[in-house]
Design a protein around this ligand. Structure first.
Ligand code: UDP
Length: 243
């Protein structure tokens, strides 16, 4: 069910199998394993620890990670986009009458995101929300709000590594079952940024679309070759030395 890439266990079944897998667990942290998260974890122990917890599942969210798994000779089945997993969890919560909590993004985008979600999923219960600009070490009011509202799922859209750090730090104190860092997904749902057209997603070119819309992202792409080089080094150089 998992492919080993640089000491990370990456989920290697389909999106539907992931949904089945998570619904059977009491508490789960879904990590959108894009190259940025995985590379940060190599140098930031708190992120790596969070990825390695028993109740964490890393999904291969990005073509860079799919390629990395092939180089590591443990290929994952397919790319699983975090925003699509979020969508499936929302549908599940809507069907089963379970609440969700939205944490992250700027206030006006968060408000728009809630309006659009309520419009799209008529039966959805958004039990609470808070923007993503607060002091993570002093946020008792937000934690209390989450405890009071008893969500089934919490989506944290504060970018990497802030969202992972928040979840790692507070997950054990909070009552929800599903915790997921969703990056810029609230901005996408609010309509501020669009996802790439389906043909680009299918060709693994979503990153190119995002860079064309937000050119400052080009700097962040540098992490993909760095991650791949690490995987090549670990797969071919270190293993050969051991042999
Ligand atoms: N953000 C936040 N708090 C912060 C920094 C960022 O809530 O302190 C939000 C930001 O408004 C945006 C999201 O986090 O909605 C980050 O999106 P980004 O596009 O960087 O994430 P990606 O999809 O690339 O992981």
């Amino acid at each position: 069910m998992f492919s080993k890439v640089l000491n990370y266990n990456i989920f290697n079944k389909s999106k539907n199998e992931l949904i089945k897998y998570i619904t059977n667990l009491k508490k789960i942290h879904i990590i959108s394993g894009n190259p940025e998260v995985l590379y940060s974890g190599l140098y930031d122990n708190s992120i790596f620890q969070g990825c390695s917890e028993e109740n964490s599942v890393i999904i291969p969210d990005g073509i860079g990670v799919v390629i990395a798994s092939k180089i590591a000779k443990n290929p994952v089945k397919e790319k699983i986009a975090g925003i699509e997993v979020m969508d499936e969890i929302i549908k599940l919560c809507e069907r089963e009458g379970k609440g969700i909590y939205l944490l992250g993004a700027k206030q006006e985008l968060l408000d728009e995101c809630k309006i659009r979600l309520r419009d799209k999923y008529k039966g959805l219960n958004i039990v609470g929300s808070h923007n993503g600009y607060f002091d993570m070490d002093n946020c008792e009011d937000i934690l209390q709000d989450i405890k009071n509202s008893q969500p089934h799922a919490i989506f944290v859209a504060m970018g990497c590594p802030r969202q992972e750090k928040f979840i790692n730090k507070y997950m054990s104190d909070l009552p929800a079952s599903i915790y997921m860092g969703v990056g810029g997904s609230f901005d996408v749902i609010a309509g501020k940024v669009n996802r790439a057209p389906r043909w680009m997603i299918n060709l693994g070119l979503e990153w190119l679309y995002r860079v064309s819309k937000e050119p400052w992202r080009i700097k962040r792409l540098g992490v993909i070759p760095k991650l791949l080089l690490k995987v090549i080094y670990n797969t071919y150089i270190i293993k050969q030395k051991v042999m």
